[in-house]
Design a protein around this ligand. Structure first.
Ligand code: HPA
Ligand code: MG
Length: 225
């Protein structure tokens, strides 16, 4: 029997992880031994990320399934989420009568040093996005904090005249002074703590960790630049 779609979820919020959620003990999961001592807890296990991603893929199919999509993957942090999301969309597309022609394009943003956002945001690989004109664009981003980065990126993409822009963000961080820039598809809303894993980094480390974890103070010191 086909799974029944439940459309009661509030959009733009996702699974809410509250500030007092202590996370799972690291002892309950496996993770690379080279990161022992560098993490406080597992905040979202890999399997939960995958299950949530599957549902986001279905929401995206339901809303955009009748159009071609240009997926704009925001590197580097977004590579894993984008790959898994596109994979789930392809699987849904295979198992239904609707197939979505998808193109995947990559752009690179960099604004973080250590655990701090820097003022200078670099957009690389986005010099000429004129092929986006008239297209339905799905921006895929791993994490949205203040929304400043997303706002800059949206303005940049809008200038190329796409027909529609939707944003999928795996994580939305509850930060003070966040702008109203909330993704259309949100995986999880998380506390204002620095998280790593599932391609999210701290100075390029921890991308090789499957779960989303909170970095420890000693981890921050160890990999500080
Ligand atoms: N982790 C990794 N990268 C980030 C984060 C985070 O918590 N916030 C913004 N970029
Ligand atoms: Mg980073």
């Amino acid at each position: 029997m086909a799974e029944v779609a439940v459309h009661s979820e509030r959009r733009g919020e996702g699974i809410v992880i509250s500030d007092d959620w202590p996370g799972y003990s690291l002892d309950l999961f496996s993770y690379p031994a080279h990161y022992s001592g560098d993490l406080d807890c597992v905040i979202i296990p890999h399997g939960v990320i995958m299950d949530r991603t599957e549902r986001l893929a279905r929401n995206i199919m339901d809303e955009l399934g009748d159009h071609d999509i240009v997926v704009l993957c925001v590197l580097k942090g977004g590579y894993q989420f984008c790959a898994d999301l596109v994979d789930r969309i392809k699987a849904l597309s295979r198992n239904s009568n609707r197939t979505i022609p998808m193109r995947v394009h990559f752009i690179r943003l960099k604004s973080y040093l250590n655990d701090q956002s820097t003022e200078d945001l670099h957009i690389l690989g986005a010099e000429d996005l004129s092929f986006l004109a008239g297209k339905n664009v799905l921006i895929v981003e791993a994490i949205v904090g203040t929304g400043k980065t997303m706002k800059t990126l949206l303005k940049h993409v809008e200038a190329f005249g796409p027909k529609m822009i939707k944003v999928a963000g795996l994580l939305v961080k509850r930060v003070p002074h966040s702008s109203a820039c909330v993704p259309d598809y949100v995986g999880f809303e998380i506390p204002n703590r620095f998280v790593v894993g599932y391609a999210l980094d701290y100075n390029e480390y921890f991308r090789d960790l499957n779960h989303i974890c909170v970095i420890s103070e000693s981890g921050k010191l160890k990999y500080k630049i």
